[in-house]
Structure formats: C-alpha cells, structure tokens
Design a protein around this ligand. Structure first.
Ligand code: ATR
Length: 278
C-alpha cells in the first residue's frame, strides 16, 4: 500500500509548525505516511483540491489565507466550520471532499487539560478580539453553555456581528470597558495578535482579576506573554496558546491515519524547542 500523504496548504507556509506535530505522531505510531507543507495561493486552491479528490492525498490542513476560500469548493462542510465561517481540516471519503474546523475543539481541549472542570465554575467569559480566532473561541464557549460571553474589539462592528452570530449568551461591549469587565469574568481570552512577537503589546490592566480565575492567551510566541505573566503574578491561572495549536491537530490526524494521537509533554517540549527564543 502506498504511504498516506497529507499536507498543510497556505501562503506563506514555511512558518507552519503543523509538520512538526504530525511528523512526531507519525514516528510515534510507526505509520508509513507523510505530512508536507505546500505553498498554495488562493487562486490555485481549486486545482489543488482536484489533486486531493483524485486520491493523491488523504487530507490535510488549510491555513491563512485559504480557510474561507476552500469552503464553497467542498462537498460537505461541518456545522462547526459553517458557524465559524472557516475550514482548517480537509479529508476525502468516497471521493467526496469534507471540511471541518478544529480550532474550537483545540481551544476547549487545551482548556479542559489545563483547568479541569472549568466549565462547572466559569459562568462569564471575556473575549478580546473578534477576528477568525475569536469566532472559534466564542462559538466553542457557547457550545459549553456559558451564561455570558462578552466580546470586546477595536472595531466595534465586528464584535457586534460576532455576538449576534454566537447567540443570546453573547454581547459586544466597547474595548474601553475591557479592564472594568475583568473582575466579573471567570475566564479571559486574548484572541488578538497583540502581544505576539513583532506586534504591539496588549495593554489590558488585570488589576481587578480575582485569584483563581483563568487567563488564556492564544498567542504562543512568546509562550508566556505579558498578559499571562500579569495573570500569574496576580494569582490567576495562565493558559498559553501552544496547547491549542497541539490539540487542534488531533482530529485531523485521527481521520487521515486512523489513530487518535495524544498531546504529550514530549510533543510539547519538541514544539517549545522549535519556538523562537525571544
Ligand atoms: P485571526 O484570524 O488571527 O483572529 P484577524 O481576523 O485579522 O486574525 O483578527 C485579528 C484580531 O486582532 C482582531 O480582533 C483585530 O481587531 P480589529 O477587528 O479591530 O482589526 C485585533 N487586532 C489586531 N491588531 C490590533 C491592534 N493594533 N489593536 C487592537 N486590536 C488589534
């Protein structure tokens, strides 16, 4: 039997860390397969999907800027991906192309692992940002039945639109109110690129943070952002973004290679060693 080939397509693609994750799992399980970075510009996505449909690959991941581009070209799109408005995982079954979005799963799985039982304690979450990542986070939180999901964003229209899409638990508030909302939030999530290496800092004063509350930053370069350092100093529970990246890869690997892989300390250490030092 020929080796099972999988891919991640995006443009640019050289920075994707997904091959490190899937390569580790392939070796761990002794699977004869591959996972390749392939640069595909949006205009070449249809031709690439023809290769997928023709059987050259079992499936793969889709990253920026193709996550929305692929959607109308697929035979089926999961409800989750439709809600989030983006697909990050593709697979072929019976000659049909399927798409799902595993970002909400990855976000929640890492939260479950880092703060077990959190959803029994947290009633209200504060979500910073209203972009693609925020959609996955907010829909994921709604799926867990949170009573209140407050979304703040620099551009207020995007926050209003996302809150409306998420449903009655969600509401949009002005960004200027973020610090005042900290005290009443059991979970605070940064979904913006602020605080990432090379980006402006995220200026959120967590002074009102109640000890024991969770602060989750989906940024993972650096691993400990200023937001997480602040949370730690105030007795909060910091959750970093690397685990979300690792967990979102699990469902794809399970589909393509037929084995459900684990997010282990060894895998995490491998990725940490691969991250820029500063
Ligand atoms: P992603 O798909 O990674 O979430 P995105 O859709 O571009 O990326 O969203 C980026 C998020 O970071 C948005 O919430 C964006 O705010 P706007 O919707 O107002 O653009 C936020 N963001 C990026 N740079 C920002 C900055 N300098 N100040 C405040 N928010 C910023």
């Amino acid at each position: 039997m020929p080796a099972t080939r999988c891919f991640v397509i995006g443009n640019p693609i050289r920075h994707s860390r997904s091959p490190v994750i899937h390569g580790h799992w392939l070796a761990e399980h002794g699977i004869d397969g591959s996972y390749e970075r392939i640069q595909v510009a949006p205009e070449h996505v249809p031709a690439f999907l023809d290769r997928l449909r023709a059987g050259e690959f079992a499936g793969g991941n889709v990253t920026v800027p193709n996550k929305e581009v692929v959607m109308p070209l697929l035979d089926s799109v999961s409800d989750t991906a439709r809600r989030i408005g983006a697909v990050n995982t593709l697979w072929v079954a019976d000659g049909r192309l399927h798409g799902d979005n595993t970002d909400a799963y990855g976000f929640l799985a890492h939260l479950d692992a880092s703060a077990p039982g959190w959803d029994g304690r947290v009633r209200s979450a504060l979500v910073l940002g209203a972009g693609g990542a925020a959609k996955a986070v907010a829909h994921g939180l709604a799926a867990r039945g949170l009573e209140r999901i407050v979304i703040v964003n620099r551009g207020p229209e995007r926050a209003i639109e996302l809150a409306a899409a998420v449903g009655p638990a969600a509401e949009a508030r002005p960004l200027a109110e973020a610090a005042a909302l900290v005290g009443e939030s059991g979970l605070i999530v940064n979904t913006t690129s602020l605080g990432m290496r090379g980006q402006p800092p995220l200026e959120l004063d967590l002074a009102a943070l109640v000890p024991g509350r969770i602060v989750y930053d989906i940024v993972y370069v650096p691993l400990e952002t200023q937001l997480l350092a602040q949370a730690r100093a105030l007795g909060g529970v910091p959750v970093d973004g690397l685990g979300m990246l690792l967990h979102q890869a699990v469902p794809g690997f399970a589909r393509w290679f037929g084995v459900r892989p684990a997010v282990t300390p060894a895998l995490r250490a491998l990725l940490e060693a691969d991250l820029p030092r500063s």
